[in-house]
Write a protein that binds this ligand. Sequence first.
Ligand SMILES: *[C@@H]1O[C@H](CO)[C@@H](O)[C@H](O)[C@H]1NC(C)=O
Ligand SMILES: *[C@@H]1O[C@H](CO)[C@@H](O)[C@H](O)[C@H]1NC(C)=O
Ligand SMILES: *[C@@H]1O[C@H](CO)[C@@H](O)[C@H](O)[C@H]1NC(C)=O
Ligand SMILES: *[C@@H]1O[C@H](CO)[C@@H](O)[C@H](O)[C@H]1NC(C)=O
Ligand SMILES: *[C@@H]1O[C@H](CO)[C@@H](O)[C@H](O)[C@H]1NC(C)=O
Ligand SMILES: *[C@@H]1O[C@H](CO)[C@@H](O)[C@H](O)[C@H]1NC(C)=O
Ligand SMILES: *[C@@H]1O[C@H](CO)[C@@H](O)[C@H](O)[C@H]1NC(C)=O
Ligand SMILES: *[C@@H]1O[C@H](CO)[C@@H](O)[C@H](O)[C@H]1NC(C)=O
Ligand SMILES: *[C@@H]1O[C@H](CO)[C@@H](O)[C@H](O)[C@H]1NC(C)=O
Ligand SMILES: *[C@@H]1O[C@H](CO)[C@@H](O)[C@H](O)[C@H]1NC(C)=O
Ligand SMILES: *[C@@H]1O[C@H](CO)[C@@H](O)[C@H](O)[C@H]1NC(C)=O
Ligand SMILES: *[C@@H]1O[C@H](CO)[C@@H](O)[C@H](O)[C@H]1NC(C)=O
Length: 485
Amino acid sequence: MSQILSYLLILSFFFFFINSLGTNSSPLCQSHYCSNVIIRYPFWVHNESASDQQYCGYPGFGIMCLNGTAVLEIHGDRYHVKDINYADYTLSLVDIDVSNQTCPRPRARHSVSLETLPLKYSSIDLNLSFYFNCTSDPAITVPPIPCLNVNGSYRHSYVFVENHETEGYDWSKNCEEKAVVTVRHIQTEINIEDLIDRFGGAMNDGFVLDWERVKDCVACENSEGYCGYNATAEEFLCFCNDGSTHRNSCKGTNSSPLCQSHYCSNVIIRYPFWVHNESASDQQYCGYPGFGIMCLNGTAVLEIHGDRYHVKDINYADYTLSLVDIDVSNQTCPRPRARHSVSLETLPLKYSSIDLNLSFYFNCTSDPAITVPPIPCLNVNGSYRHSYVFVENHETEGYDWSKNCEEKAVVTVRHIQTEINIEDLIDRFGGAMNDGFVLDWERVKDCVACENSEGYCGYNATAEEFLCFCNDGSTHRNSCKEKEI
Ligand SMILES: *[C@@H]1O[C@H](CO)[C@@H](O)[C@H](O)[C@H]1NC(C)=O
Ligand SMILES: *[C@@H]1O[C@H](CO)[C@@H](O)[C@H](O)[C@H]1NC(C)=O
Ligand SMILES: *[C@@H]1O[C@H](CO)[C@@H](O)[C@H](O)[C@H]1NC(C)=O
Ligand SMILES: *[C@@H]1O[C@H](CO)[C@@H](O)[C@H](O)[C@H]1NC(C)=O
Ligand SMILES: *[C@@H]1O[C@H](CO)[C@@H](O)[C@H](O)[C@H]1NC(C)=O
Ligand SMILES: *[C@@H]1O[C@H](CO)[C@@H](O)[C@H](O)[C@H]1NC(C)=O
Ligand SMILES: *[C@@H]1O[C@H](CO)[C@@H](O)[C@H](O)[C@H]1NC(C)=O
Ligand SMILES: *[C@@H]1O[C@H](CO)[C@@H](O)[C@H](O)[C@H]1NC(C)=O
Ligand SMILES: *[C@@H]1O[C@H](CO)[C@@H](O)[C@H](O)[C@H]1NC(C)=O
Ligand SMILES: *[C@@H]1O[C@H](CO)[C@@H](O)[C@H](O)[C@H]1NC(C)=O
Ligand SMILES: *[C@@H]1O[C@H](CO)[C@@H](O)[C@H](O)[C@H]1NC(C)=O
Ligand SMILES: *[C@@H]1O[C@H](CO)[C@@H](O)[C@H](O)[C@H]1NC(C)=O
């Protein structure tokens, strides 16, 4: 076993103990007990005197702790929160108005409306339909609810499992009111007598809601962040364990547990990039293959297929990389290398949509068909041959540029401006080449499972395989969620 691996194994025991002590509360917000109900992310303590608590979880998930009773308000109606199961993502609620009544009179309304909230009825729920003050009719073949009888009235009230009303009587038309109430599924076979006996108990038992992850929070939560809602700005924010706040995700803020992030002048090198140092070859475990950045005399340098580029900036939030060909650096009239623009094959890099390709033609034979000015600073004294620049595929017609010029080079630059004429190009190509170009990087396919499990993907060049290094110090083949290797 290599030294690095045994070190990792020792670390993994150490981290295990630390991790097992970790709580699942947002760094912003304490978890809070309200009697025996623990309120923590994505729920939060709704306290009118402390309005900033809504940053602690999902909007609408604020739970009030009223006199020791946890209370959730859904569209104006209050429910007693009996239990929150954070492992199963379920919530047990009881309508506060029916609480402890043996013969609760359901509120005259439909069951809780969950629209706009990331909540849905559990599959263990059942809807009961209540019909109140129904006109007497021999067609009614079921017993009424005795405890809801009104003295001196011939009208009765009835209960059914929703959509199992007895037929032959128009319940909706002949009864004064209908209410639908959700309860836990009582038992497999339900007859009317059972319902009449048990609906009070069932309503006091309440019902179960499943909660779903808020779509806008998935990236944040996947990156171990806590998603909160800024009601003023009407936007979600991602609060990270290191105390930072991000728009979508904490990803890209951290460095692999193996490798320190490193500043090279003002460029920070961290996952999936790594410091390429020939004296310390194990650094390639710190990120994607080919993403090693040299720090040469204070300049960050990336080598792509043998050509060196000055790394001006790495934007970890946008997954973009600004590069300048090191050979053209600080030249006012750079002579593009005689080759095609950077070949990105095999690397998880692609040209940004803000890039533009320029075509240079060198030492072209004179011809009256050439209607555009040459590049003066590339003129060779005593030669009648000139050099020209175009936006790629916008060469002027009537002259075979490829055939009549000694050499062609394609250079990628940032898109200079919307309308580009040849004079502009001649004036600005040097500056544009010094400004460089932008590459987007993509996630390496072999690393997606690892990164989704919050691991850092590294490459073992000897074994030619990817490894997944996890925050607890363990190493896995594909993902931190699988068995350790
Ligand atoms: C609500 O906030 C106030 C002021 O911060 C605090 O005194 C009170 O205990 C809080 N109430 C609950 C139920 O957390
Ligand atoms: C809170 O509980 C106490 C004792 O259980 C009770 O006397 C009081 O009336 C309750 N207050 C409210 C607002 O429910
Ligand atoms: C309902 O009754 C239980 C025990 O009988 C009691 O602990 C609880 O506080 C009561 N709830 C309400 C809302 O009155
Ligand atoms: C109960 O009613 C609600 C609201 O109409 C509905 O969303 C839910 O699916 C129903 N539940 C069952 C078990 O039919
Ligand atoms: C049912 O009828 C009684 C007596 O007429 C009345 O007091 C009660 O409000 C009615 N209930 C409903 C739900 O209409
Ligand atoms: C109904 O009448 C009975 C006796 O006739 C009486 O004991 C009971 O209190 C009455 N109930 C209501 C709700 O008025
Ligand atoms: C919430 O949004 C408001 C308005 O845009 C802003 O002033 C405030 O700083 C934001 N709060 C947080 C915690 O970002
Ligand atoms: C490269 O590694 C050697 C030995 O570990 C170290 O002394 C040197 O500072 C490193 N160079 C860079 C640029 O990180
Ligand atoms: C490094 O920079 C110093 C001062 O900026 C310069 O004198 C030296 O030649 C540079 N070395 C290399 C290898 O570029
Ligand atoms: C280019 O010029 C800038 C400032 O003019 C300087 O900071 C930088 O080191 C130069 N780069 C090279 C590679 O000479
Ligand atoms: C262009 O011609 C000049 C003079 O003949 C020569 O020195 C130079 O190498 C040529 N350039 C290219 C790109 O062929
Ligand atoms: C990399 O692969 C080689 C050859 O299979 C192996 O000896 C070495 O332990 C591996 N390194 C890590 C860190 O797994």
